[in-house]
Structure formats: C-alpha cells, structure tokens
Write a protein that binds this ligand. Structure first.
Ligand code: NIG
Ligand code: FE
Length: 400
C-alpha cells in the first residue's frame, strides 16, 4: 500500500492562484500519497476517507511548494573575488570581460579542475540551496567551451542529482563566451554545435542556453544554436538583453523559448512577444546588484502583457555570487519592485514553467509532494527578510 500522510495545522500558499496571488488556504490540510500530493483544501473539508491516516500537526506554520532555482552556474572552478575589487575601483563587468577576465577566467579554472574537484565544490552550493527549501535546481555548463570540459561540467551536474535529494535540470551553455584564439563563428560551428550533439548523445542535456550580447554572441549565431537544439528536440532559453538591447528576447520568443533571462533592456515590444510565445522572463537581481546595473527590467510591461516572471539566483562566481534564493526574492522586490506574491510565484510556479516542468511549483493534487514548511505565518515574510532563513522542514518527493 502506498503510504499516506496528512499534514494539518498549517496555512498553505498553494500558488495555484491567478497571477498576483498566493492561493492561500488558512487552516488547511494536505494529503500526501507516496511522492505525490493527493489532496489539498480547508481542513474542515478533508474527505472522511483521509481522516484515519497518519497526521502531522504543523503548529500553524506556512507551507509552500518547495522552491525552484531555475538559473544557476553552480558547477565552476575558481573564484573571481578580484573582479569584485576591480568593479569597486571603477571597472565595469564589460571592461573586465574584454580585458580577459570575466567568464573566460572561470573557463581556465574550470578546465583545470578535475571532475572530483568540481563535484566537491558544487555540493556545498547544492546543500545551501536545499537548506532554503529548494527542490529543483537548474545547472548550466558554459565554463568549458571545449568538448571535454563542457561534458565534464554536465556530468558533475547529473551527479549532484544522484548524491542529493534534489532534482537537477541541465542546460547546455556552450554559447556563453568566445574562447581565446578563435572567433565567434568558428567557435559556434566548429566547437559549440558538435559539443552540443555529443552532450545530447550522452543524455546530459535537458535544454539549450546561450548568451546574446555584444561581448558574446549575436542573434544569427544564437539562431544557429537554436536550430541545432530544435533538430535534437531540445527546448531553448537565452541570456538576453542583460547589458544592452541586442534582439535576443525577440529571438527567444520566435523560437518558443522556455525563458528569456536577465532582460533588463527588454522593450515593451519584447514583452508582448514573450507573452505571445508563452516565454517566461527570468529576473536575476543578484547580477543586477553585483555588476552595479542601473537599468531594471520592464516589470510593468511584463505585468501589463501577462508575461510570467520567474526569479533565480544566477549563482556564479562573477556576476552573481549569490547563494540564497530567499535573498534573490528579497532583491526582486526591493530592486525590481515585484510584490512578495510575485517573488514567490517566481521561485515556484513560474520557475517550474521556465524549466518546462509541469509536475511541481504548486500545491495541487497530482503534483510532486515537494513542499517547504516555514517558521512564518505571513508568506510576505519569505521575501521581507534579509539574510534570514526561516525554513522549518523541506519535503522532497513525499520524504521529509
Ligand atoms: O548569467 N550573462 C552571462 N552569464 C552569466 C555570467 C557568468 C559569469 O560572469 O561568470 C550571468 O550573469
Ligand atoms: Fe546566467
């Protein structure tokens, strides 16, 4: 018999709500059967058949869907603390990248690291996110820019999901930067695309990403990567409009991308295109904060056109050394003016959608029993706190 558990004495932010709401149920009950949610509703409506099952009283705590970090670069070698100092001395992210720092400096450290080293350094990052109630983490490659290192990164990402109770979703980000000694077109055609095909053949790729920017790749080059992804049946997403307006968001929408990420320089027309394509805008306030950006993403246009907004850490050693999904939510509210309900939707329901996952991100019957139980009563507390972790317990696939 599949074991069942009834959670009571809680309020549930189901997130199964129209845009802008928590879908809050006060004095709720949640029935778990195996790794799935079987029932959720007001405790008074608990079906009599469920009443005899094992119960856990949660003392009035808030229960949300487990959180989802839909944009990270947590597998990487080295650190870039020196660039933090350089920015404080006046250098911009772009200047540092053009001078040989930035992404390509992490590439050197990641190439030099063994698979075991990369795994050992990534595990504590996973643990830090798990400790904040995260159940799904997207992990990108993109610090290899050669066949061996890209595959090494993706194997490490897969290993993280075997070693920890967390679901890892991988993105191939071969089109992240132009390695020294080549040009963008030769790199895309000669290295990136063959590497994508090899990684896919090993079952290492869940989606394909790119960096469309003046210091990286243009829309024609990213378009070739997206065509290759389509031929392999893989969904696409894009780092777009982070430092300037380059047309990446419109390209992503034309390709029916899962998400367009950063999007600070997206326009009203871009927002309309995202809405039409059903593409999620992933907001990354950690990068905005770290590289001293001043242009905030067009949140009002996203709202007006009905673009789902996700929020993620973008955890990486350079532009966003941010190991806290809760702080990402706080920053999305304070820096980008999201409401706390939008921020929570951004790390649950809309983050699931940004990863193409239909089985998580809400508390609803039939979805995975991935829940976070918090020592708070008001869901806005999750975004309001700075450097506070009120997690009481995480449930992953029905297991506490
Ligand atoms: O999401 N924008 C490009 N890619 C990363 C930066 C990674 C890095 O600086 O190492 C980002 O911000
Ligand atoms: Fe990123």
């Amino acid at each position: 018999m599949t074991p069942s558990l009834v959670l009571t004495g809680l309020s549930a932010a189901t997130m199964a709500a129209p845009v802008g709401g928590y879908g809050l149920i006060a004095d709720a009950a949640i029935v778990l059967t195996g790794d799935r949610i079987a029932w959720v509703g007001p405790r008074a409506d608990l079906p009599t058949a469920q009443k005899g099952l094992e119960r856990r009283e949660l003392g009035g705590r808030l229960v949300t869907p487990a959180l989802i970090d839909c944009h990270t670069h947590i597998v990487h070698g080295g650190n870039r603390a020196r660039e933090f100092e350089m920015r404080l001395e006046g250098a911009s992210y772009e200047q540092i990248a053009r001078a040989g720092g930035g992404i390509v400096s992490t590439v050197a450290a990641t190439r030099a690291a063994s698979e075991a080293d990369l795994l050992a350094s990534a595990l504590p990052r996973v643990d830090a996110l798990i400790a904040q109630g995260v159940a799904v983490i997207e992990v990108k490659s993109g610090y290899g820019l050669d066949l061996d290192t890209e595959l090494k990164m993706l194997r490490v990402a897969r290993a993280l999901g075997r070693l920890r109770p967390v679901r890892i979703v991988t993105s191939f980000l071969g089109a992240h930067a132009i390695p020294a000694g080549t040009d963008a077109d030769s790199y895309i055609d000669g290295v990136c695309l063959p590497t994508l095909r090899a990684a896919h053949a090993e079952g290492l790729v869940d989606a394909v990403d790119g960096f469309c920017e003046g210091i990286a790749f243009d829309t024609a080059q990213i378009g070739r990567v997206f065509e290759a992804a389509r031929a392999l049946g893989l969904p696409v997403k894009l780092h777009a409009e982070q430092l300037s307006h380059g047309g990446g968001t419109a390209l992503a929408a034309r390709h029916g991308a899962l998400s367009a990420d950063h999007v600070e320089y997206a326009t009203d027309a871009d927002a309309r295109a995202l809405a039409k394509a059903g593409t999620v805008a992933v907001l990354l306030p950690g990068a905005f904060y770290t590289i001293h950006e001043t242009q905030a993403p067009p949140v009002q246009a996203f709202r007006a056109h009905g673009v789902p907004m996700a929020v993620a850490t973008d955890w990486n050693p350079g532009s966003s050394p941010l190991g806290s999904i809760l702080l990402a939510m706080n920053m999305a509210c304070t820096l980008f003016r999201l409401t706390p309900a939008e921020a929570l939707a951004g790390t649950t329901r809309h983050a699931a959608r940004a990863l193409g996952l239909a089985d998580c991100g809400m508390i609803a019957p039939g979805l995975r029993a991935d829940l976070a139980i918090w020592n708070v009563t008001d869901p806005a507390e999750l975004s309001c706190g700075i450097g506070i972790n009120p997690l009481y317990q995480r449930i992953f696939g029905g297991v506490a």
